[in-house]
Design a protein around this ligand. Structure first.
Ligand code: NAD
Length: 299
């Protein structure tokens, strides 16, 4: 079993660190928040006074931080100077592809091992140990990371070289946003046409309009009783998080020269929903914006 430094014990990192402890690893926990460290200690981790202290003597370092700027700063100023040669780094944050490649290749040049390993699945999957990891990095580094990631997830997939995990994550979430908006528009139009929404679901879920957004995460109440639509659009996967991923996708499209007009439109619509008070609502709540009832329900 490994000694693992865990940096970033927020909504996601807290459950992930607890699962590493459950799997028998030693975990040294650091976060800027004392409360987050205290919670990790309750889950069986030991507290570190700084990121540098957590990393010193660790076999592996897992980071679960908000964005690319945090990942660059933590690795460059704290992790690189204090890690032993050959230490394995696993960055599970969702960040821009350029930062992932920059930090990953600096790590490898300095003689460390690095994978970018963003996750699919929210807070419940992080605590339940059922995340899906999309992993970028050299084959040997992926193989070293696999047993650690398996302690926190149900699926671990090697996507390609450095940055490929982040690329897979933002492409998937851009597609998810587009299919969700399309599904919401179709339900809103069905309603205006006097078509029973349950009937529309029964037909479209078995016809060519079917998608994950419809049959696993239906954005209207009724057809799938467990979706956020049945709980007042309590997340789930918050709109602010989806908007972050859509911005990353648009930045990546711009820097790579890809043409993503529907991704751009999805970002604009989620930005509007976010501005109108939808930031903390589930991303499927954009249905309420599209059927015209959001401002009413939000009064
Ligand atoms: P969060 O804001 O709850 O947690 C981030 C933690 O990082 C905070 O506790 C913060 O104090 C800590 N932190 C920030 N800078 C630090 C530093 N310099 N040193 C140490 N700790 C520092 O965010 P979260 O919801 O846990 O998300 C983490 C990452 O996972 C993000 O990149 C997010 O996009 C991604 N993600 C989140 C979800 C979700 O549903 N919440 C799902 C998939 C992916």
């Amino acid at each position: 079993m490994a000694m693992i430094a865990f940096i970033g014990l927020g909504n996601m990192g807290s459950g992930m660190a607890a699962n590493l402890v459950k799997a028998g690893h030693g975990v040294k926990a650091f976060d800027l928040s004392d409360a987050a460290i205290a919670q990790a200690v309750e889950h069986g981790a030991s507290a570190a006074a700084s990121a540098m202290e957590a990393v010193t003597g660790a076999d592996a370092v897992v980071t679960m931080l908000p964005a690319g700027k945090h990942v660059r700063a933590v690795y460059e100023s704290q992790v690189f100077p204090s890690a032993a040669p050959g230490t394995l780094f696993l960055d599970c944050s969702t960040i821009d592809v350029d930062s992932a490649r920059h930090v990953g290749s600096s790590a490898v040049e300095k003689g460390f091992r690095f994978v970018d390993a963003p996750v699919s699945g929210g807070v419940a999957a992080a605590s339940g140990g059922t995340l899906t990891f999309m992993v970028g990095g050299a084959e040997a580094h992926f193989q070293a990371a696999q047993p650690i990631l398996e302690a926190m997830g149900k699926a671990v997939i090697h996507a390609g070289d450095l940055g490929a995990g982040q690329a897979a994550k933002i492409c998937n979430n851009m597609l998810l946003a587009i299919t969700m908006i399309g599904t919401c528009e179709a339900f809103a139009l069905a309603e205006k046409l006097g078509l029973d929404q349950r009937k529309f679901y029964d037909i479209s879920s078995k016809a060519s309009g079917q998608s994950w957004s419809m049959t696993s995460y239906c954005p209207v109440p009724g057809p799938i009783p467990t979706t956020p639509a049945n709980k007042g659009y309590k997340p789930g996967f918050a709109t602010a998080m989806m908007l972050k991923d859509l911005k990353l996708a648009q930045d990546a499209a711009q820097s790579s020269g890809a043409s993503t007009p529907l991704g751009a439109q999805a970002e604009a619509l989620y930005a509007m929903f976010d501005n109108l008070g939808g930031a903390d609502a589930d991303f499927s709540g954009i249905y309420k914006l599209l059927d015209g009832s959001w401002s009413k329900s939000n009064d």
